[in-house]
Design a protein around this ligand. Sequence first.
Ligand code: BMA
Length: 334
Amino acid sequence: MSSTTLLVKAATEKYETLFHRHPANPILTGKDWPYSMNSVFNAGATLLPDGSTLLLCRVEDRRGLSHLCVARSVNGVDGWQIDREPTLLPNAERYPEELWGIEDPRITYVPELKKYAIAYTSYSRGGPGVSLALTEDFRSFERIGVIMPPDDKDAALLPRRINGYWALIHRPMTPLGAHVWISYSPDLRHWGSHKLMLEARRGAWWDANKIGMSPPPIETSRGWLMLYHGVRRTPSSSIYRLGLALFDLQQPEKCLVRGDSWMFAPEAEYERHGDVQDVVFPCGYTIASDGDTINLYYGAADSSIALAQGSIRALLSWLDANGHSEHSNDRRRS
Ligand code: BMA
């Protein structure tokens, strides 16, 4: 297909709905919390061995500082059992990088360690950085500390080593823009071999200048499927929307296909209005027993947690129909 045909197609096509909002949305709000706070949003997610869903929620207190709190549910929709007290509080005495709180956790189960790895934002005078903690039960945590210095966030560990090395996806800020990078480590503590993974586009694009990985990538037979957010700055505010890209399984910095348009954006009232308007911000998902249905948990307007459901197969077909290779040397469209 010529690039002109592709452009016309992208501009005129009727858009497919890839994620369906759950009718119970928002599924968790501050009103559900057993202690006082300001808001709850941006939760990491995982399935526990008994099949129940665990959300590690970002809770912002009335000072403006965030901590993490666990909510568990048998069906992943309602009946949430929320820890009576904060589950993981910032510990600024031992970890000064957590002075202004801990935010936006992404959970990865790591079979080799038989532990969950939580990559989260630790916020302090130096700015936001990436910290890592390990846990077996979400009750006690082993902090590894800052693994990417500020200004860096939107990180997740891949569930297994790539060519012998652990791999971390993250988003450093640079004066030229905020792009997604991947770094490698032999021991989860020392990181190097940094590689640019996905670049923010430029100009008028929905994902110009600032992007970041949203939940940890989804491992599929065709590659690592990444849902990423693009931040569109407008004269009045910013809009956080979601797009898709697929990366090589053995060489994850290699982007195979990238979607042209966004595929999920703030529409519902609870996404458009809140502490920060026009934000959908997923930090986690679970996959249903059919191996295809994805339950996407996302922060809505920095004020609540919502759920949308989609199909991995449908996401991949959408990418085939709406994406292009980053290696086609056709840079005219970005
Ligand atoms: C991003 C992150 C998220 C937040 C979003 C919208 O930079 O800090 O925690 O949900 O902004 O405010």
